[in-house]
Ligand binder design. Structure first.
Ligand code: FAD
Length: 415
């Protein structure tokens, strides 16, 4: 008769969750703490979590709560200091077993270490999962400290060893209820329907119903609309879906219709996501430093007026501006767009790449510590990129990827 508390972090779903299935007479509570640090300001004078991302999160928390109510319980919502709130709940609920997923990021790891240690001292059994990897972390064919620096080498090693997570974790059949603070309501609807139900729907639709997964490689560099790429990233960022759930559906699809370049390429891109997780594990807080993971000295311009032009889509470069307006209005931008606007900020304006990363952190609905900071490092030339200077010619890119100017016309008109 265990009394279990599951701490929801970026695993906001009721499936593929627990390292074991609770016994029928166990009590299982689930809680989420909205971290007070989200409202703290970054050096560009923007809160870490902007309203677009917050709305997407809040909508997703309401859906999670509905799912838990359906299974007999509810989501216990708190806001404030994460460590304090969790330790208080453990006492209040007389918890003897605590489960959480390890999330990456310096503060995230620090929080879980403090909670883990404090609970072990109190004699609480603590179990942790590693659910956010596509690869079978930590069972991979290299030590984390020796993670290949080059993505292609990293990918080939994993592919050769078939080192992928294939088995989902347990999905609890019932939850228990407890008093909760009210979950705040979002101020606006998001461009993406939020929550674990919408996430699963997107995966099933993209892979099975519309079979867009079969043409992904040909369409992934397009810019306009919902269907040229998977749009899995916002759902993965909050764990509304897990990498294993995506993998399983891809495998089912391939069993029926065969693998093609496109179904493979979705896995290829998910490995990029993993790659940046390993970059963080290797270099930790260095990924947030101006000099990145190398030792290059960096003397960027500190020109706030120029940065504001970039941020608000007023640079005069129509391709950059269209992308920045899309980001401003929706909280999303394509991968092609992100590469171009990042290159423009760093190389054309020569502004500190971290200002761009902070803006993305504030604005992206799919913000993910490792993917965001890892990609920025890469593009700023202070990360793992084997090419010294990855400069994008934004006007050539516009001609290649938006030849009729439809994307630019669509967003520039909405300015
Ligand atoms: C400067 C910059 C910042 C970025 N910040 C983030 C971020 O905060 N969060 C985030 O999820 N992605 C980030 N990306 C990666 C990528 O742009 C997005 O994952 C992608 O555009 C999301 O759309 P999608 O799901 O339709 O992608 P798809 O093209 O359909 O790709 C499928 C999945 O593969 C993964 N993926 C694809 N490309 C990358 C990549 N370059 N790096 C890591 N994972 C990748 C994502 O999980 C994505 O959902 C960033 C890229 C750049 C250049």
């Amino acid at each position: 008769m265990a009394r279990i508390l599951y701490w929801f972090r970026n695993t906001l779903r009721v499936e593929d969750l627990l390292p074991f299935q609770p016994e029928p007479d166990d009590t299982l509570f689930g809680c989420y703490v909205l971290d007070e640090r989200n409202t703290s300001s970054t050096p560009i004078e923007k809160m870490r979590m902007g309203p677009k991302r917050k709305d997407f999160l809040l909508n997703g928390l309401h859906i999670l709560n509905q799912e838990m109510v359906r299974l007999g319980g509810n989501l216990i919502f708190k806001e404030g200091n994460v460590v304090k709130q969790i330790l208080q709940l453990v006492t209040e609920l007389r918890i003897d077993t605590f489960i959480y997923n390890e999330e990456l990021g310096t503060e995230e790891i620090n929080d879980s270490m403090r909670i883990h240690l404090a609970l072990q001292i109190r004699g609480v059994r603590v179990a942790k999962t590693q659910l956010n990897y596509f690869s079978s972390f930590p069972d991979v064919p290299f030590d984390i400290v020796d993670t290949p620096k080059i993505f292609t080498v990293f990918r080939k090693k994993l592919e050769q060893h078939g080192a992928f997570q294939m088995q989902p974790h347990f999905s609890p059949q019932k939850w228990d209820a407890h008093a909760s603070d009210p979950i705040p309501h979002a101020s606006h609807d998001s461009v993406f329907e939020s929550g674990c139900i919408a996430g699963k729907k997107r995966v099933l639709s993209y892979i099975h119903e519309t079979q867009l997964a079969r043409t992904y490689k040909e369409t992934r560099n397009e810019l306009l609309g919902m269907d040229f790429s998977t749009k899995f990233s916002p759902y993965l960022a909050f764990g509304f879906i897990s990498p294993v759930q995506i993998h399983q559906e891809l495998v089912l699809h391939e069993q029926e219709f065969g693998e093609n370049d496109s179904t493979y390429w979705i896995k290829f891109e998910l490995l990029w996501r993993d790659f940046f997780r390993y970059v963080f594990l290797q270099h930790e807080s260095k990924i947030f430093q101006a000099s990145g993971i190398g030792n290059k000295s960096n003397t960027p311009r500190e020109d706030f007026a120029l940065f504001e032009k970039w941020r608000t889509g007023k640079t005069g470069d129509d391709f950059v501006d269209a992308n920045m307006i899309e980001l401003l209005q929706t909280g999303y931008m394509s991968n092609r767009g992100r590469q171009n606007v990042a290159s423009f900020l760093v190389h054309q304006y020569q502004i500190d790449w971290r200002w761009g990363a902070w803006w993305f952190e504030h604005q992206l609905v799919d913000y993910d510590v490792c993917s965001n900071w890892g990609n920025w490092l890469y593009l700023a030339g202070v990360g793992n990129d084997p090419r010294e200077n990855r400069v994008f010619n934004t006007q050539k890119q516009a001609r290649d990827y938006d030849p009729q100017g439809k994307y630019r016309a669509y967003w520039l008109e909405k300015r």
